[in-house]
Design a protein around this ligand. Sequence first.
Ligand SMILES: [Zn+2]
Length: 416
Amino acid sequence: MKWTYASSYQCDGCKRMFPLRNNKITTCTHCGELLEVRYDLNTMKQDIDKNTFKQRKKSIWRWHEFLPLHDEKNIISLGEGDTPLVPSIYIGKKLGLKNLYLKNDTLMPTGSFKDRGFSLALSFARELGVTQGLTYSSGNAGVSFAAYSQRGEMNAAVLIEYLANPLKKALIQLCGGQSIVLHYESMEDITMMLEEASRKLNLYQFVNFINPIRHEAMKTYAYEITEALDWKSPDYMVHPVGTGGGLYGTWKGFLELNELGWIDKLPKMAAVQPEATGPHVKAFNKGQHVVEKTGDPSKTMAQSISADSAIKDGRRVLNALYDSEGLAEAVKEAEIVEAMNDLGKEGIIADPASAATVASLKKLTNKSLIPSDSTIVCVITGSGLKQPKAIESHFNEETKNINADFKELTKILTDI
Ligand SMILES: [Zn+2]
């Protein structure tokens, strides 16, 4: 049995293979396209039983055979992964859905699902001997990157989206990162700038997909969820989509489980974005294979998924939606607020981007696009505690006041 069955990189474009070990490339050196990590699943199938993983210590790292790190001494971990798969009580009843689950990643070390990706990507970078890293973030990724870099004794420079709220910028500094506010016209400007920084400054960078490692950790959603459902795939996986690393990585995880013969079917992937932008949703619903720039990111409170364009035309995310016969839905701001309230009634304090998944479910069930007996998982990717204004400005009914007096207490309780 090997520690990892990761074997090589393969280019999305020209299909050339590259060595994975001791190789600092992030995109194809021949054609510039994105790189994908490949695994020797045939050997893995002979070596490992799917029940092996359950006995291990809880973390994304109990799935190390599926991750591209070679030496466990390089692991940088804060206890990420293995978050609860919460069966819905309130929302399921409200929408008439019998088997709705909420994957609660608000409980991750820095309060978002980004910790899965950065635990792996920073560990991998440490294995490569990287000492300084760069990423672009709408907030959550920056905080996670700063925290994990510090744990790995690396310098973290975060180019933070100009629309990100002040708390997220402060949290990056709190965790020891350098936060630089970034103004830009399109996602392409950012990727071109970062590619140049990689070439000319020899900086290893961590932007989703341009970094070929981060989304590999998102495969752990597929493993954790199917294991929790007794190795049955859900019918639908509903993801908020910014760059789409979460949705795409999860889909890749399901494809691997399917290739290993550990699951009997693949789920349909559903992408959710705000109506104010929603570039992937618009492209998919028009049947396009290229995501175009659209909308205004300042018009939505769902900061983590407010991007108006995509990395490398959004091809990976669109392919996952087409290949899984999936769905894409855009949601209004008021629908997001209602869904935040619904999640609150489940005991989950979600950020607007995560709540968008629940908002989309209401629309998809109303349109009869999701049958009521389906097994559905909404991925709740980030904590609302990092966007306090989104909560304070919408949930601010005047609270009742009383003196510490039994009669006043009785009166107010009987009035409710
Ligand atoms: Zn290539």
